[in-house]
Design a binder for this molecule. Structure first.
Ligand SMILES: C[S@@+](CC[C@H](N)C(=O)[O-])C[C@H]1O[C@@H](n2cnc3c(N)ncnc32)[C@H](O)[C@@H]1O
Length: 204
């Protein structure tokens, strides 16, 4: 059987499973598959094309840019890091008021960030101990939006990501995640630096 036939069928099955039409109501997420591996390329490019500026459903709320700014201001941060910054959607809005940097695991997403943004590659689950030591409490505030849900299937990944965030942030880590993700995070690893902002579970 030709190889490209087999890979077409495999890709189709994986799309069906992901599109939620088969087996389960909640699609399983896997951050390496969805954001790094070749298998997830179509998924992540679709997310960008749908939610980016000029897309079918540009992401401008849930939370709004104003809501993010309002949550940051009380902490008077000298530096802000967005973990899982994607194509720099939030950073681009925050950069005029805050000293922002972003990091992401996905080369595809980092490659879509506007050239002026300070971004770097980081897997928040597997942060090198040297990097952690060097950057302990380095960013006043760290934020994430729509990232932690990718660790819901692995309490180990979730706990590690949360521990790493607690070490890198000086004052606070602000999470904008679905309520069920927030509740799960609180059970897996809690820390006084964590501030939760549950967001609606919408069809985005
Ligand atoms: C749904 S997108 C959200 C992007 C951005 N926060 C926003 O709201 O526009 C999830 C992002 O998390 C990133 N991500 C997933 N797992 C990660 C990890 N282990 N470390 C760093 N970034 C990760 C993905 O590459 C992707 O860019």
């Amino acid at each position: 059987m030709p190889n490209n036939f087999i890979s077409n069928v495999t890709a189709k099955i994986s799309r069906l499973l992901r599109s939620n039409k088969v087996l389960s109501k909640t699609p399983t997420r896997d951050y390496l598959r969805d954001w790094v591996n070749e298998e997830g390329k179509e998924y992540r490019i679709n997310v960008y094309q749908r939610q980016g500026k000029g897309g079918q459903k540009p992401l401008i709320s849930n939370p709004t840019f104003q809501e993010v700014k309002q949550a940051l201001r009380p902490h008077s941060p000298n530096s802000v890091l967005e973990v899982g910054c994607g194509w720099g959607r939030l950073l681009d809005e925050l950069k005029d008021e805050f000293n922002v940097e972003g990091c992401d695991i996905s080369d595809d997403m980092l490659g879509l960030c506007p050239p002026g943004l300070k971004v770097f590659k980081l897997d928040i689950v597997k942060v090198d101990e040297n990097f952690l030591q060097k950057n302990m409490n380095h960013w006043d505030v760290i934020l994430t939006r729509g990232v932690m849900l990718y660790f819901m299937n692995s309490p180990q990944q979730m706990a590690k990501a949360l521990e790493n965030l607690s070490r890198l942030a000086n004052k606070k880590v602000l999470f904008w995640e679905w309520l069920e993700v927030c509740e799960h995070m609180k059970k897996v690893f809690s820390h006084s630096k964590f501030e939760f902002h549950p967001i609606e579970k919408r069809d985005e």
